[in-house]
Each structure stands twice: as structure tokens, then as C-alpha cells.
Design a protein around this ligand. Structure first.
Ligand code: PMP
Length: 404
């Protein structure tokens, strides 16, 4: 039984009010709220274990190291990686993608080589490739999409050339909610001998991810979008790729020996983890993954799918409503505009009713350009949202619409 009201009790913030109204938090695409077990894990570790990991002979350091490394194992299990060596802790999706762009670009790409991304990428899966383009003269090719917000796979296949070195696509769009057929996208790339990075920032919180089943060569996600703390994320990479990539940053932890003449690098995954990791956050991330595992990713997906369909059906009834993103496979996100009401005005007035939504371009300006709009209002749902909250959103949008 998916007992939504019991689940909500795990998230203290959901009980608060804003402007004297019960909080309706529908900005989960930006970040999710934290269950008590996650915050408790951080407090407990600071109060009873805190010590720097990996370097200490003393008791606390060893205990902190055990917690940190068992968190890596929890992540491995959660995404079904083959080995914990394939799990690199980063600060989040953005750093994971920058790490790969820098390291992969350095080793495997030169002037004239190509990377394929899609129309619906977040800026964090566009700008790192543009920086690489400026540094190395690589070209960026774009997978187009239809008006419903689905990628065009025939056109995708035509983008490949001998110079294609990498495909980097989002698992789930943060604006449209489209769940991309990444398994198929990966198998097409592999048929051309090209590896694939998946931006899983919006994938991991909403769909069960099995990196081996997907065949992903690299998979990036953020802790804070999956009920974990800020400041921690993951880059998964197949060991055979990670072994061949040069380090991203230099410093402590990532070395084996250092002389002023020469440094040899540590083994995986430490080669990519320079400096003190956020070991408190990795512990808390593991508790967040345990939490969603206990609820069941499939149950969460069913709940969110139900909410999304319910929200779309109800919003559609509002005069002047334009839903943006109507892909057949959709998860957790509803973007919309009503008449000529500016998205910012809609968001500001909804806020006064206690309803937190996001407005603007959602860090996907090229997607906005493709859609011919400046921004949208975005409601994004997650495991603790209710139909009553969708009703509150619909009533709020109706009220704001009547005001204009
Ligand atoms: N990719 C997608 C699809 C996202 O939605 C986000 C966050 N909005 C990111 C990447 C970046 O994540 P972070 O800011 O946690 O690094």
C-alpha cells in the first residue's frame, strides 16, 4: 500500500504554511524536500563520527571511511553498476558532466570531432560541450524533436558520422517531462561504436535506473533531486572507459605517489575524486536511496504518473490553457501557459496562494527557442504530492486566469 499521508509525515517541511496557507510544494524538479532519515543521518554523523575519510589510522576516520564507502556500494546497487569502482562522487550532475566533457574531451576528441546532444538539454548538458568546442574546435550536433516533445530517432541516426565521438542526452526532460527512449538511443550509438552519457538528473528520482540494462557508458545524477542533500552527485562510468580517462582535478586522494618531477594516479574511483569528499552528504544520499528503495521505485513511478495524468486532464479544462510537452512517455512534470498571462505573473500569484511552482526558461533556453516561447510555468511532482495539491494548483490557476 502506498500510504501517501503516512509518507508525508516523513517530510517535516510539508507541514508548514506560507502566507498563512498550507504549503503546496510543486517545485520538485528544482530540488526535492528531505525525509527525516536523511537529515538525521547528517546530524548523527557530525555529532558522533565526524573525521576525514581514507587518511586516518584512528577509529573515527575508519568509521567515517566505512560509512562513505558503504554509501558508494548503496549507489552501485541502486543503479545496478557492476562495480563500486564505477561510482564516482561529484558535487552533482553539473560537475559530473563537466568532469566527463573535460576528461573525455581531453583524451578522445580533437578538432572536427562531434558530440551529439538533443534539443531538450538542460544548460548543464550544453555549455560544457560549448566550452570544449571553444577549446578544441569540436562540433555539436542536435537531435530534433516533434511538437509533442519527443525526440526524432530517424533524424538522430542520420547525425552520426566518422567524427562522432560521444552522444550526451537527458533521460527525462526537466521542462517537458518526456522520458526519452535512452536504451534505444544508446543501442543506436553503440551500433556506430559511439559511447553515451545520460543526464539522469530527472531520471533517477522518477524511474528505476539500471545502467547495465540501459547499456549506458556514463550516467550522471544529483543527490538533492532524489531526496538527498545538496552538494553531492554521481558520475557512473563503465570501468573500461574510466580506466582510459585522465584525471579531472589534481590534489589529495587522487594520487598514488607524488614527487616534484612526477605523479602517479590513484586507482578507480579515487582517481577522479581530488580533495576531501563531502562524506557527510554521501552517507545521507545513501539513506535517501534506501528510503526510495523501501517505497519501491516502481510504486513511486505509478503514483507520479497518476498525478501527472490527473493534473494534465484537469488543467486542460481551463480556458486558454496551453500544455507544453505531451509526449506519450512522460514523468512528473507539467509545463504550461495560459492565454497571454506572463509565466512570471502566474508564478508570483500562485506563490501568494501557497503554491510553489517554477517559472522561466528552466535552464533550457535552446528548448524555449525551439518552442517559440520565453518560458513556462512548471509544476513538478514527486513521491509525496497528492491529488488535493493538484486540485489546489488547478483552483489557483483558474483564480489567476479570472483576474486577468
Ligand atoms: N540536468 C537536468 C535535466 C536538470 O534538471 C538539472 C537541474 N535542474 C541539471 C542537469 C543540473 O543539476 P544540478 O544543478 O544538480 O547539477
Amino acid at each position: 500500500m502506498y500510504d501517501i499521508y503516512k509518507i508525508r509525515e516523513d517530510f517535516p517541511i510539508l507541514g508548514r504554511e506560507v502566507y498563512g496557507k498550507p504549503l503546496v510544494y510543486l517545485d520538485n524538479g528544482a530540488t526535492t524536500q528531505k525525509p527525516r532519515v536523511v537529515v538525521d543521518a547528517m546530524v548523527d554523523e557530525y555529532y558522533s563520527v565526524n573525521a576525514n575519510v581514507h587518511r586516518g589510522v584512528h577509529f573515527l576516520s575508519q568509521q567515517a571511511t566505512e560509512l562513505h564507502e558503504s554509501s558508494r556500494e548503496t549507489v552501485r546497487r541502486f543503479i545496478n553498476a557492476r562495480s563500486a569502482n564505477e561510482v564516482i562522487f561529484t558535487r552533482g550532475t553539473t560537475e559530473s558532466i563537466n568532469l566527463l566533457a573535460s576528461s573525455f574531451g581531453e583524451e578522445f576528441m580533437c578538432e572536427g570531432d562531434e558530440v551529439i546532444i538533443s534539443t531538450m538539454e538542460h544548460h548543464s548538458n550544453i555549455v560544457p560541450w560549448q566550452l570544449l568546442a571553444a577549446r578544441k574546435g569540436i562540433a555539436i550536433k542536435i537531435i530534433p524533436m516533434n511538437d509533442k516533445g519527443e525526440l526524432l530517432l530517424d533524424e538522430y541516426e542520420e547525425l552520426f558520422s566518422e567524427r562522432t565521438k560521444l552522444v550526451s542526452v537527458t533521460h527525462v526532460s526537466n521542462v517537458l517531462g518526456t522520458v526519452n527512449p535512452v536504451k534505444q538511443i544508446i543501442s543506436v550509438a553503440h551500433a556506430h561504436g559511439v559511447p553515451v552519457l545520460v543526464d539522469g538528473a530527472q531520471g533517477v528520482p522518477h524511474v528505476a535506473v539500471d545502467v547495465q540494462d540501459l547499456g549506458a557508458d556514463f550516467y550522471a545524477f544529483s543527490g538533492h533531486k532524489v531526496y538527498g542533500p545538496t552538494g553531492v552527485g554521481v558520475l557512473y562510468g563503465k570501468e573500461e572507459w574510466l580506466d582510459r580517462l585522465p584525471p579531472y582535478q589534481g590534489g589529495g586522494e587522487m594520487i598514488q605517489t607524488v614527487t616534484f618531477e612526477k605523479t602517479t594516479f590513484n586507482e578507480l574511483p579515487f582517481k577522479f575524486e581530488a580533495g576531501t569528499p563531502d562524506y557527510i552528504a554521501t552517507t545521507a544520499l545513501a539513506r535517501a536511496l534506501d528510503y526510495v528503495t523501501a517505497l519501491g521505485m516502481d510504486n513511486i513511478a505509478v503514483h507520479e504518473h497518476d498525478l501527472t495524468q490527473y493534473a494534465m486532464n484537469r488543467l486542460r479544462e481551463i480556458p486558454g490553457m496551453r500544455l507544453i510537452g505531451e509526449a506519450a512517455e512522460k514523468s512528473g512534470v507539467v509545463s504550461f501557459l495560459v492565454g497571454d498571462i506572463h509565466h512570471f505573473d502566474m508564478g508570483t500569484l500562485l506563490d501568494r496562494l501557497g503554491i510553489a511552482v517554477r517559472t522561466g526558461h528552466h535552464c533550457a533556453q535552446p528548448l524555449m527557442q525551439r518552442l517559440g516561447i520565453e518560458g513556462t510555468v512548471r509544476a513538478s511532482f514527486c513521491l509525496y504530492n497528492t491529488r488535493e495539491e493538484v486540485d489546489a494548483l488547478v483552483a489557483g490557476v483558474e483564480r489567476v486566469s479570472r483576474m486577468f
